[in-house]
Design a protein around this ligand. Sequence first.
Ligand SMILES: *Cc1c(COP(=O)(O)O)cnc(C)c1O
Length: 418
Amino acid sequence: MADKTVPFSRDFIAEVSKRYPTPFHIYDEAGIRATCREFATGFPWVPGGFRNYYAVKALPNPAIMRIVADEGMGFDCSSMAELILAEHLGTPGDRIMFTSNDTPIDEFAKAKELGAIINLDDYTHIDYLHDGIGMPERICLRYNPGSLKEGNVIIGKPEEAKYGFTREQIIAGYARAAELGVKEFGLHTMVASNELNPDYFVETAQLLFELAVEVRRETGVRISFLNLGGGIGIPYRPEQTAVDIAYVARGIRALYDSIVKPAGLDPMQIAMENGRCVTGPHGYLVGTVRHVKKTYKQYVGLDATMANLMRPGMYGAYHHITVLGKENAAPTETYDVTGSLCENNDKFSIDRPLPPVESGDLVVIHDTGAHGHSMGFNYNGKLRSAELLLKEDRSVELIRRAETYADYFATLPQMPKH
Ligand SMILES: *Cc1c(COP(=O)(O)O)cnc(C)c1O
């Protein structure tokens, strides 16, 4: 069983919290860079080049995006705000994927203006794009394999998912796009979320390689860009194992040699668009214990709430918890760790074995670097927390300030200034 550790001590965080009161999310730059480098070292063999387009929704903070871009990743954007963030960082167009669904024309226009790779979600979007803003020279189409591929728990079965083209539609889609003057063609799918089985990603590559061969045969269109989607999971639980990216890369290479090369589709560019695994394990939500309460059960009440991290309340997701300074103490007690929302789902864990906890203890919730702060909300008038960056030189930078009541009331014309 792997130990889940934290990259800082109690004293370190106690010092930080004098400057930036809890709760806050803190992100470990060294860890994020190390994960980026696993992608870089796994795929140097791809003849057309490999890139992971970091899915911005995981942690849409420009300071983090800058680190990820510095390590060679692009950005997978799915909304206007995410495109504006990529633009703000001066991202070249071929380093932006725009993968969205139910898309308004102004977002397609923004993506086109930035020179992003536009990934279409539906057959009707081909003409919608053409009629609305004119076809770009390069287009990518999103495939939904339906019952050909088993889904996983979070994303569900592909045939129940709202995304992508069917097999017949995608073949017709390439023909239509070619008719409208498209010169470069990509193929995309995204069938996993938080998946820990590495073979799943190798199988996805096989599915897309074979489809690329079929598209060539049936339409003459040559697919030169293949995007396997994101969805590499992270070991939230101590007994889970991280996906070995080098293993995935080796599996994909063998298929490339056996399917892509004989079909004459070499060189092909290969991409992924993982978000969660890039930043998720390197973020920590830090809170302070306000009250310890004993009724029918024992409760640890934090100053953080589900508004700072909704995954446990929304999906029943496991997030590991460390009480700083008590890392080696025996977990002799059982607690529900809660926030202060008037909502009984506002629990970070239920029946969690922990060492004895006291008011004032600093508590760390692990793996909050993806879908943590970014899924935050203001229910019950709770304010969004600050985000901090633990830099490689061990200094700490404020990369998003905490919200104030002035922010909370800013959209109410009838409220006096706060
Ligand atoms: C969310 C999403 C991703 C990233 O998924 P992760 O689980 O963060 O790797 C990639 N592509 C699309 C289209 C998505 O919606």
